[in-house]
Design a protein around this ligand. Structure first.
Ligand SMILES: [Fe+2]
Ligand SMILES: [Fe+2]
Length: 238
């Protein structure tokens, strides 16, 4: 396994590790995103076992000591398995997440106290601004949330639009059809009465880049992709 780095938007680095024996035959990518700013932020920690190579990939961009913030969408191994390894390697870094995740899990799981953000609160990184958005049960997990980098229009959307295979780091092509195929296979999304409205709230941000945890990131009309995803999921659930 190799971790590859691509700058998918100004100062936004995608670290991607392709694992061929997850979701065979296509395989599956696990992606983290490093936001370079005065106070750099890593979104997704990766699994504990992948920490050596992912941290090496971050170190090729900046010293780990510069890392100020560590965040992710919800509590699962690919999202936060290596959280405490990052906290140990980056002594000034702090975990940051929605208030609910801090109250329910992270105040206990994280080796240093996390910073809790309210829904809609902005974390100013100096040169980049990350808005926290609560997305309860979307894609799954009571504590789920997303972050929106406002200066570049990049939505860190985690498991949303997950698709298999090892495509390009960034595509202008269709990510919705492959995501619907993957969802038919994995059934990873919680269908909650509010799922459609949560997705449409993200769509209303009109992101121009969607940074996906699994699969190619997308450049284009991100708002349309997310509102189409909402409609497709609602049609399946109806
Ligand atoms: Fe997940
Ligand atoms: Fe994931």
């Amino acid at each position: 396994m190799e971790t590859r780095t691509t700058e998918i938007a100004d100062g936004v680095y995608r670290l991607s590790t392709y694992v061929s024996d997850v979701a065979p035959p296509a395989g599956f990518t696990f992606n983290q995103f490093l936001i370079d700013a005065d106070e750099p932020l890593l979104f997704h920690c990766g699994h504990r076992q992948m920490f050596p190579q992912i941290s090496e990939a971050v170190r090729a961009i900046m010293p780990l000591e510069r890392l100020a913030w560590i965040s992710f969408g919800h509590v699962e191994a690919d999202e936060c398995g290596a959280m405490n390894q990052w906290l140990a390697a980056a002594p000034r870094a702090q975990v940051v997440h929605g208030a609910l995740a801090c109250d329910v899990s992270l105040n206990d799981l994280a080796d240093r106290p996390p910073r809790a953000l309210a829904d809609g609160e902005v974390l100013d990184l100096g040169g980049k601004r990350l808005r926290w958005l609560d997305t309860p049960h979307v894609p799954h997990g009571w504590e789920a949330g997303a972050m929106y980098e406002e200066t570049g229009g990049v939505l860190l959307c985690g498991d949303l639009l997950t698709h298999v295979g090892d495509g390009p780091a960034l595509t202008h092509g269709d990510v919705l059809a492959p995501a619907l195929e993957a969802e038919a296979m994995f059934k990873a999304m919680s269908m909650h009465p509010a799922t459609g409205s949560v997705l449409r709230r993200l769509a209303a941000l009109e992101p121009t880049t969607l940074a996906l945890m699994h699969g190619s990131s997308y450049a284009g009309r991100g708002g349309k992709v997310l509102s189409d995803l909402a409609a497709e999921l609602e049609a399946v659930a109806a």
